[in-house]
Design a protein around this ligand. Structure first.
Ligand code: GLN
Length: 505
């Protein structure tokens, strides 16, 4: 059934309506703003919205179109930004007190690319402070609630991004993923999320957390929309030394051309299912939902092959050494002098650093900086940091061996359904361990996508909450992930946004 709400439409649907002149960009932006005013007090997805700037971009888009020169399918489509992605003249706080009043002087490369495509770049989306966390409860300002279940977390650290798309506040949003921060919140909120191959998308203008792992990616409500946003942000950037000089595939055309009616067995992918990802600790509702997805692909005529990723058991420990080490170095720049907050209580140079950082950083950030500094200290460097780097190679080697037998892998995203708010305070270690299925992908630099799937029957505990599975691809093979996701979506349309919103004008 076609929804009658403008804010329920996907970006691809909106692009068609814009092209037919049935709606305007100003109407879209207005509908988004109204829905945020009506519903975000209960959800907390946004830290800030500059309505005047958003509407000015929409008017500019409408006049381009009126002049017969729209910039492409994204022209007039809202894309909301996580609060660690720079947009010139807008705040950038990383949901931290230390950057509370900071305004970005420049656009991130992704922001500039979106503007060049005519997208309406808007909003500052809530997140875990400096992207450290998996529940969004580490935001210094307010938690985010899951639009599909308000007592539950939306996941993190891109919880605001996933919640904004799931609530119909914005058809598209960008998140960042260092250890799962796009895929896990997407899974918890019933939307699609992709972490591209490391180096596929420029990190210039992304506030650095762990530079060898961080990657920006799309969050959307359909596969076509994921492709649309991905294609717009990809591409080589001389401002990011790790950006790859490779051509950008035509994701949008390929997804649009996908034939949902193709006969069973037409494509014949070899889909790897890693044994270690279905071991103990996997909640029954998650297992049931992911196994049903495996079964779907089997019925479609693909071959399912068991693969093994034995180094998976070291992945969480390896990640928390490497990510903390890089964070301790990256966050050294927040010193009360060059950026952001300076303590009013500071009296000399040394206590400017001490007091500004003590007041400005939250507990989780402090924990990571202390841990990261420790593992880089001479004497411990070889035992922890260097060893973690070696294990990282083993983790990548595991994947490469698996890809000799499989075109891509299918796994869970999170071992548990979205928890209730407040749970992480009682079990921090459990929250770290819950990153087990997403972290290895970042350590290996691979692309991966979280796809909303049919939840398990409500009779299974947690079975009525959003569910998802993950596809993990070979380096630079986002294309196969999108096509495989599309095959699933052909028969299992992604959930509409959580109820509420403004009718089509
Ligand atoms: N949950 C992981 C962490 O806390 C991943 C975060 C991320 O991907 N930014 O570090």
């Amino acid at each position: 059934m076609m929804s009658t709400l403008l804010t329920d439409k996907t970006a691809t649907e909106l692009a068609v309506l814009l092209q037919k002149r049935e709606i305007s960009a100003v109407e879209i932006a207005t509908a988004c703003l109204e829905r945020v005013s009506a519903a975000d007090a209960a959800i907390g997805a946004f830290l800030g919205v500059d309505a005047d700037d958003f509407l000015a971009q929409a008017r500019a888009s409408d006049s381009r179109r009126a002049g017969g020169a729209p910039l492409g399918p994204l022209d007039g489509i809202p894309v909301a930004l996580k609060d660690n992605i720079a947009a010139a003249g807008q705040p950038l706080s990383c949901a931290s007190r230390i950057l509370e009043n900071y305004v970005s002087p420049y656009d991130a490369t992704v922001t500039a690319r979106l503007r060049a495509a005519g997208a309406l770049v808007w909003g500052r989306l809530n997140m875990d402070e400096f992207a450290m966390g998996s529940s969004n409860e580490n935001s210094a300002f307010k938690p985010v609630r899951n639009p599909h279940a308000l007592s539950r977390v939306p996941g993190g650290s891109s919880g605001g991004s996933a919640a904004a798309v799931a609530a119909g506040f914005s058809p598209l949003a960008l998140g960042s993923d260092t250890g799962g921060s796009i895929r896990q919140p997407a899974a918890f909120c019933g939307v699609a999320g992709m972490k591209p191959t490391y180096g596929r998308v420029s990190r210039h203008g992304l506030a650095a957390f762990a530079s060898s792992l961080d990657q920006i990616g799309p969050i959307a409500r359909s596969v076509a929309d994921t492709a649309l946003l991905l294609e717009a942000i990809c591409g080589n950037d001389p401002r990011d030394g790790t950006s790859l000089a490779v051509p950008v595939p035509e994701f949008v055309n390929a997804v649009a051309a996908f034939d949902c009616g193709a006969a069973r067995g037409t494509r014949g992918w070899r889909i790897g299912v890693p044994r270690e990802f279905f071991a103990e600790g996997l909640a029954p509702s998650v297992r049931a939902a992911v196994e049903a997805a495996v079964e779907f692909y089997r019925m479609r005529g693909h071959s399912i092959v068991q693969v093994s990723l034995p180094a998976t058991r070291y992945a969480v420990a390896t990640y928390y050494v490497i990510a903390a080490a890089e964070a301790s170095s990256n966050l050294a720049r927040y010193d009360g002098i060059r950026y952001g907050r300076r303590s009013d209580a500071a009296t000399d140079a040394v206590n400017i650093y001490e007091k500004s950082r003590a007041e400005g950083f939250g507990d989780e950030v402090k924990r990571r900086v202390i841990l990261g500094t420790y593992v880089l200290t001479s004497g411990y460097y070889d035992a922890y940091y260097l060893r973690a780097q070696k294990v990282r190679t083993l983790i990548r080697d595991d994947f490469m061996r698996a890809f000799a037998e499989a075109d891509f892998l299918l796994t869970p995203v999170s071992p548990v359904p979205p928890p209730l708010l407040g749970v992480k305070d009682t079990d921090l270690l459990a929250q770290y361990l819950a990153d087990i299925y997403t972290i290895p992908v970042n350590l290996a630099g691979l692309p991966a996508m979280s796809i909303p799937c049919k939840p398990a029957p409500a009779a299974v505990a947690g079975g009525d909450l959003p569910a998802a599975f993950q596809l993990i691809g070979k380096p630079l093979d986002e294309m196969t992930l999108l096509l495989a996701a599309r095959e699933y979506e052909c028969e299992h349309p992604f959930p509409p946004p959580a109820p509420g919103g403004a009718p089509i004008p």
